[in-house]
Design a protein around this ligand. Structure first.
Ligand SMILES: *[C@@H]1O[C@H](CO)[C@@H](O)[C@H](O)[C@H]1NC(C)=O
Ligand SMILES: *[C@@H]1O[C@H](CO)[C@@H](O)[C@H](O)[C@H]1NC(C)=O
Ligand SMILES: *[C@@H]1O[C@H](CO)[C@@H](O)[C@H](O)[C@H]1NC(C)=O
Ligand SMILES: *[C@@H]1O[C@H](CO)[C@@H](O)[C@H](O)[C@H]1NC(C)=O
Length: 232
């Protein structure tokens, strides 16, 4: 290292010593904050496909608030991001948060990450946990979700169509109405029927069309009642 005889740091005056102590103090505080906040461990997912609820649990160390992010894995598109005060499970330090998806959970794969937060101090994100959708290449058939759902009059229901591998999506029909769609992944397309009217005994057909006429797929939604005599 070069020797600098007239270096300004060679003879520290009182003010530079004071500055050095202050800087040392600040760095000590920062180090402590980083040590206290840990990356959430053992993040695990549990899905209820009929209620479209995804239950996320993890071990959080000392932290009491957490950032949760849920992304559509294929398009890396954020579907949920929030800071939550997760409840502690009775059985040993596990935090838990339940999220209800607008789309059926089968529609496309979801990635979930959690990080700890104390005020402005945040940890790294946990490794992503993936809930696999039914649109993976290994599942090449065309399909539609949800299947045979019953909802009350006035409800909104989001449907998705996963087109057959190698085929092109054309449209989703709700009864005889051509619906607006949103693409969720390479093969998955969703639509929402809002304020649904009563459907009668046989339900309302929701059909997905692709450029392969033989792979027409559908589902039935029962609005108001299911396999019962509706009173108009
Ligand atoms: C999903 O939730 C419903 C309603 O809370 C419950 O009856 C059902 O047992 C749950 N299914 C699973 C697989 O946990
Ligand atoms: C995915 O999205 C997140 C959050 O929006 C972003 O931070 C990240 O860089 C994205 N990753 C890729 C591979 O695009
Ligand atoms: C259905 O969606 C419409 C439009 O987004 C909204 O105004 C309405 O409150 C929703 N209905 C229910 C039951 O959630
Ligand atoms: C709902 O369905 C009933 C019975 O089929 C019909 O008379 C009514 O016009 C429908 N309402 C709307 C808003 O489509």
């Amino acid at each position: 290292m070069a020797h600098l005889p007239n270096s300004p740091t060679a003879k520290p005056n009182h003010s530079s010593v004071w500055v050095a102590f202050v800087l040392l103090g600040i760095s000590a505080i920062n180090t402590q904050a980083k040590i206290a906040i840990t990356v959430p461990q053992q993040v695990s997912l549990s899905a209820n496909f009929s209620t479209q609820q995804l239950s996320i649990s993890w071990l959080g160390g000392e932290a009491t608030t957490f950032d949760l992010i849920i992304l559509r894995t294929e398009f890396n598109e954020t579907v949920f991001y929030d800071t939550v005060s997760a409840v502690l499970n009775q059985d040993g330090g596990q935090h838990q948060w339940t999220w209800t998806s607008v789309e059926p959970l089968e529609c496309t794969s979801l990635s979930v990450k959690v990080r700890s937060r104390e005020g402005k101090t945040i940890s790294e994100w946990s490794e992503p946990q993936i809930l696999e959708g039914r649109d993976l290449p290994s599942n090449s058939v065309q399909s539609m979700f949800p299947q045979d759902r019953t909802v009350p009059v006035g409800a909104n229901t989001t449907f998705c169509c996963i087109v057959q591998e190698g085929k092109d999506f054309k449209s989703i029909l709700y009864g005889i109405t051509v619906m607006n769609v949103k693409r969720l992944s390479r093969r998955s397309y969703a639509t929402t029927a809002v304020n649904q009217n009563i459907s009668g005994n046989s339900g309302t057909n929701v059909v997905c069309l692709s450029n392969n006429p033989s792979s027409l797929t559908g589902t039935v939604i029962f609005v108001g009642c299911k396999r019962c005599v509706c009173v108009d």
